[in-house]
Design a protein around this ligand. Structure first.
Ligand code: PLP
Ligand code: ZN
Length: 394
């Protein structure tokens, strides 16, 4: 396998430590599709490392990631009038988000390259995940987080797994800039999603969706922040297609929050992508104004015949509540953007109710309990008697 620039096509050996091409373009891992095992998509024993022949590293550091449930949302199918609706629940990964898929591969790669220190900038989940995998690998992790803008559960995770957590006076985009400079100057291995090996792990979401459904859905809907995941999932489907495992491709539908929607705005206004200066949304996992992978994501949406859509924070909270109260699925706000986006697109008749949709619910709701409790007040305590209880429920 080699690394190839998506802009100019220049190739680099896969063991060269580099995150971008000389021309500035993003790199991607070119998988040797003659060597992959195409016979494994039988719906059984699904875990990320089932697909090892499709991945650019051997399994070195693992916490049993992947193999997350694909739920049929039959209550919501009725409510929304959609023929086939599923959620790929990435909150079921070891640290509670899909970032674990990227980190099992990324940290394995770090060890393969002999790196002893790893770092990332993070809106929360990346730091929690990197911290856990670095702990398992026995190496040092540094995580830069926007001060005061990271959900409580995620911060607690990064701390207890033993990472060095460094708050920064700035937003995610500022933190990422510093980490990229540190990786160049201080020889620390950078595990943000411009690291192409991260995306190799995350592409397995596509493999699993196909393996679990035994068919390709018409549409895959997911939240977009730094835009790595939508790029990775599209790459996964394309590889299946090019290897002859599947004979159709899904549309990729990327959802952004109103206050942090540089890609979706450019798409809808049919103009060139331009970063946003001060991203703001309560869906902190997608509070990103300058998505590093925007070029890959744009391509994914364009090539797949998909679209970007924008939802408000209010729509996100509403969708979060619907998923939990109608399907028993508690996801963090960013993850609920996928359902919020689908509801909006259905209402505007931009998607077809007779098609199949997979929502990627990216992270677990318990990571950010504040957001729920902030909008909910418990009633006054009652006397410990049956009478008092009866009065309350009647
Ligand atoms: C990281 C993350 C996202 C955004 O993914 P990108 O690859 O940055 O677009 C969405 N939801 C959750 C829960 C995340 O942790
Ligand atoms: Zn290039």
């Amino acid at each position: 396998m080699v690394l190839r620039c998506i802009r100019c096509g220049r190739e680099y050996p896969e063991d060269e430590i580099r995150y971008r091409c000389e021309c500035g373009g993003l790199l991607e891992v070119v998988v040797d599709l003659d060597k992959v095992d195409t016979k494994i998509f039988d719906g059984n024993n699904i875990t990320l490392w089932k697909y090892e022949s499709w991945l650019p590293v051997k399994k070195i550091v693992s916490l049993n990631e992947g193999g997350t449930p694909l739920y049929r949302l039959n209550n919501l199918e009725k409510i929304l009038g959609v023929k086939e609706l599923y959620a790929k629940n990435e909150g079921a990964n070891p640290t509670g988000s899909f970032k674990d898929r990227g980190m099992t591969v990324g940290v394995s790669k770090a060890l393969e390259l002999g790196m002893k220190r790893v770092a990332c900038a993070s809106t929360g989940n990346t730091s929690a995940s990197l911290a856990a995998y670095a702990a398992k690998a026995g190496i040092e992790a540094y995580v830069l987080v926007p001060s005061g803008k990271i959900a409580l559960g995620k911060l607690a995770q990064a701390i207890i797994y033993g990472a060095k957590v460094i708050p920064i006076k700035g937003n995610f985009d500022d933190a990422l800039r510093v980490v990229i400079e540190a990786s160049e100057e201080l020889g620390i291995y950078m595990l943000n999603s411009i690291n192409p090996f991260r995306l190799e792990g995350q592409k397995t979401i596509a493999y699993e969706i196909y393996d679990q459904l035994q068919k390709v859905p018409d549409n895959v809907v997911l939240p977009v922040g730094n835009a790595g995941n939508i790029s990775a999932i599209w790459k996964g489907f394309k590889e299946l297609y090019e290897a002859g495992v599947i004979d159709k491709l899904p549309r990729m539908i990327g959802i952004q929050a109103e206050g942090a929607s540089p890609l979706a705005k450019a798409w809808k206004e049919k103009r060139k992508f331009k970063p946003e200066k001060n991203p703001e949304t309560l869906a902190t996992a997608i509070r990103i104004g300058n998505p590093a992978n925007w070029e890959k994501a744009w391509r994914a949406v364009e090539e797949s015949g998909g679209m970007f859509e924008i939802v408000s924070d209010e729509e996100i909270l509403k969708a979060q509540r619907i998923l939990a109260s109608k399907e028993g699925l508690f996801v963090e706000p960013a993850s609920a953007a996928s359902l919020a986006g689908l509801i909006k697109l259905l209402n505007e008749e931009k998607v077809d109710r007779d098609e199949s949709f997979v929502l990627v619910t990216t992270g677990h709701g318990l990571k950010d309990p504040d957001i729920v409790l902030r909008n909910f007040k418990l009633p006054e305590p009652i006397e410990p008697t049956l009478d008092a209880f009866r009065r309350v429920i009647e």
